[in-house]
Design a protein. Structure first.
Ligand SMILES: Cc1cc2nc3c(=O)[nH]c(=O)nc-3n(C[C@H](O)[C@H](O)[C@H](O)COP(=O)(O)O)c2cc1C
Length: 344
């Protein structure tokens, strides 16, 4: 029903319009008594065999919603009803910012893909804290943090520190986003020295807090093997807890969509099917390099149950979806969890 009726209708609208529509439906629809229960009844599978322990946190199942959808921490509880056990809010920046000019999100249906250059549009960390503070959380929450576009790379550390401190009491784990292709020069901060400086500062601040919160680094799928080796070194040197692999890619290789259309769309991060293989390769590489020791959340082009299983087999303990949820619909998490149960 989603693919034959709902998706074709939604795909008539601009991706960002659909995004706002869904956020509004989630915000208002779930206020109706009983809706949350009913949706949960349809989509949630509860089974002990799906439970996962990761970095000291207990997850109901291994499937989460990736960063970028609930940028302002407004609808995380509603997503629990679709079977997700965790959701990453953000990317959150210290100050609110509008992001890049519209249009900035595009579908490539022939490729099962999206291209976005949103540019960290968000209401700022203070608003996110208000959203997180006043509600009981039904899912595990990751806080994905970044820097404002107008903050220079030299001053980026302050932005990460501010978001980290402000969110510390309200999220369960952190993701440091240095890999977004849509913020000018952000990915230059992925060089080993800059990354280590930022992560050392955050782990240092963490030591002074009462409660331990895991910190993960979100990495780009466009890193070379040498750069991936740097990621392993960084993980060992800084005392962070793991990685989220991967963000979107700047590559446009092998697309089925017409070249002209891709050119007209222009810059942005590509997600979905064209990313599947590369992100799984990265997970496998990091896992093998560390003898399976590095904790990994696998994300990037999970468009089928099989893609999910491959990411887990490659070395991810948990997985996240974004583009797959848009293309496959609300029943996708349940399908993945059902398949995992069959395997167990
Ligand atoms: C529209 C859109 C916005 C995104 N925004 C963010 C973001 O703010 N921060 C982030 O770390 N990743 C962001 N991402 C990347 C996703 O979290 C994910 O890493 C990537 O899309 C690959 O997964 P997928 O193929 O399942 O979509 C965004 C992705 C999309 C499609």
């Amino acid at each position: 029903m989603y693919k034959s009726i709902i998706r074709p209708l939604l795909f008539l609208l601009q991706p960002e319009t659909v995004h706002h529509l869904i956020v509004n439906i989630l915000k208002t629809g779930f206020k109706i008594p009983g809706i949350s229960y009913l949706v949960g009844k349809i989509y949630i599978i509860k089974d002990k065999r799906l439970n996962r322990e990761f970095l000291g946190l207990k997850f109901e199942n291994p499937v989460g919603f990736a960063a970028g959808f609930d940028k302002n921490a407004e609808v995380y509880n509603q997503f629990s009803n679709f079977g997700f056990s965790f959701i990453e809010i953000g990317t959150v920046t210290p100050k609110p910012q509008p992001g890049n000019p519209k249009p900035r999100s595009f579908r490539l249906p022939k490729d099962g893909a999206l291209i976005n250059r949103m540019g960290f549009n968000n209401k700022g960390v203070e608003k996110a804290v208000i959203q997180l503070k006043n509600k009981k959380h039904k899912v595990i929450i990751g806080g994905n943090i970044g820097k404002n576009t107008d903050t220079s790379n030299e001053n980026a550390l302050n932005d990460y520190v501010k978001c980290f401190k402000e969110l510390y009491d309200y999220v369960d784990y952190f993701v440091v986003n240095l890999s977004c292709p849509n913020i000018k020069d952000l990915r230059k901060l992925q060089d080993k020295d800059s990354t280590i400086t930022i992560l050392n500062e955050l782990t240092g601040i963490r030591q002074k807090q009462g409660k331990y919160k895991p910190i993960l680094l979100k990495i780009s799928p466009d890193l070379t093997d040498n750069q991936l080796d740097d990621v392993v070194d960084t993980y060992r040197l800084t005392g962070i807890d793991g990685v989220v692999a991967t963000n979107t890619t700047v590559s446009r290789e092998g697309l089925l969509t017409e070249k002209e259309r891709v050119q007209v769309i222009g810059n942005g991060g590509l997600s979905g099917k064209p990313l599947t293989q590369r992100s799984t390769e990265i997970i496998r590489y990091l896992s093998q390099k560390t003898g399976g020791e590095m904790p990994i959340i696998g994300v990037g082009g999970i468009m089928s149950v099989n893609d999910a299983i491959e990411k887990l087999n490659a070395g991810a303990t948990l997985i996240q979806l974004y583009t797959g949820f848009i293309y496959e619909g609300p029943g996708f998490v349940k399908r993945i969890n059902k398949a995992l149960l069959k395997q167990s």
